[in-house]
Design a protein around this ligand. Sequence first.
Ligand code: NOJ
Ligand code: CA
Length: 533
Amino acid sequence: MAQELTTPQTAPRGWWRDAVIYQVYVRSFADSNGDGIGDLRGIRERLPYVAQLGADAVWLTPFYASPQADGGYDVADYRAVDPLFGSLDDARELITTAHTLGLRVITDIVPNHTSDQHVWFRAALAERQGGPARERYHFRPGRGAGGQLPPNDWESVFGGSAWTRTADGDWYLHLFAPEQPDLNWDSPEVHEEFDSILRFWLDLGVDGFRIDVAHGMVKAEGLPDIGAREQARMIGSQVLPFFDQDGVHEIHRGWRRLLDSYDGERVGVAEAWAPSPERLALYVRPDELHQAFNFQFLNCPWDASAMHAVIDVSLAATGSVGAPTTWVLSNHDVARHVTRYGGDDYALGLRRARAAALLMLALPGSTYIYQGEELGLPEVTDLPDEARQDPSFFRSDGQEGLRDGCRVPLPWSGDQAPYGFGSGGSWLPQPDGFKGLTVEAQTGDPRSTLELYRAALALRRELPGLGDGPMSWLPAPDGVLVLGRPGVVCTLNTTGRAVEIGTPGRLLIASAPPAVSSATTTLSADSCAWWAI
Ligand code: NOJ
Ligand code: CA
């Protein structure tokens, strides 16, 4: 009994509650063998850069055996490394090196669909209609005379119908490219196989998984029609019969039990497009996943009241289930935020992006950084069509979402392409503008975006009031946000003009220098600063 009384009232703080996690887009980070494609050895060699930046963990996008129809999100063998990226030994060594440097490793797991080259799908195609190998996917007869119409009206996220007809007349479901057939999570075999795949990587030492399309594995009973076109535009604003079905939560509960059966707090982070912060929070209930990307924050325009509102609803929703919020501004699927905030005006976009980074790092919870945002990289908007690889480009019928422009290989050093990315070329052409943005060019320059990120991450580690914990809003003029954390105040000016406020405290860091006198402080246009109080 006495022991029970001394039990702490609060849950132990998990490392993930305020971790800064650096997303490595594997094929674009660093190329060790000169074939123009980033690889695991390249990453391992450059891990000290990530550790020195001040991140706590890396998330690696899929490097599994894959025909690369969707940048590796079409997995043919979940237990093998694609030779393009290296070997299983390279993966092992990468994990060991990361741990030595104090970095955790999160790998991507793709459970909604396999590649059409996966042994299961090949067996399904080789089998007769209605056979057991087809039970692992969604095969259906077509509608109309002769079954020549798809079984329902669902559209692929990449454009066109979500169904493709096989040679024998049956149709199969693919919410993404036809090379990515959707798995049927009503099949017990699918559950068992993924448990085994997760164990394989956990045994190899990974610290968790980023779960691709974590909202998509369960489809509504009977696969009902939606009755509307342009369904990709509805994702994230309403529950669809193929996204955010309640049944997915049972899968995540099972995975949480599996993760918890390992030592060292292994985590699951959901890539989930839910129609509201409240529905998103369901993915991070105490018995489900640890984190879920806050895409509402990512999608929020550069506007103080919109940001205020998103921050409030996000914190309230995750707070209601006892989880932290997981902030993110960019990833490999969206235009880089420098360009989202500034359009063609790079200087404007960069000012805002630097400010947004400081805001994000001051908010309570965990943060993801997408490789290259610490360099202030813009979206590359002028890629020649023949260089493009994103399947959404080929299927888009004018839909948005071309994703090659945020996947251009990183500039490390030198003054010409491939800017130290490797000794060969780079799989997507790097623009001339990368010259002044290399890691080498920015290192040691206190005005650079790289040094801003390094300094902010160092402060975030140093100051106990940042990371997980309480936050409050303080009075602020129009267009300005002032938020308080224990011992720290963060000011964000989203207006295009200088704004005078009182004296928030002692300046710690700023995305653009404020003018400080004994009586007043003038915040620069589009800027953010942290102050010690
Ligand atoms: C989300 C991934 O981030 C994206 O790159 C991929 O195309 C889809 N899921 C399908 O796997
Ligand atoms: Ca390579």
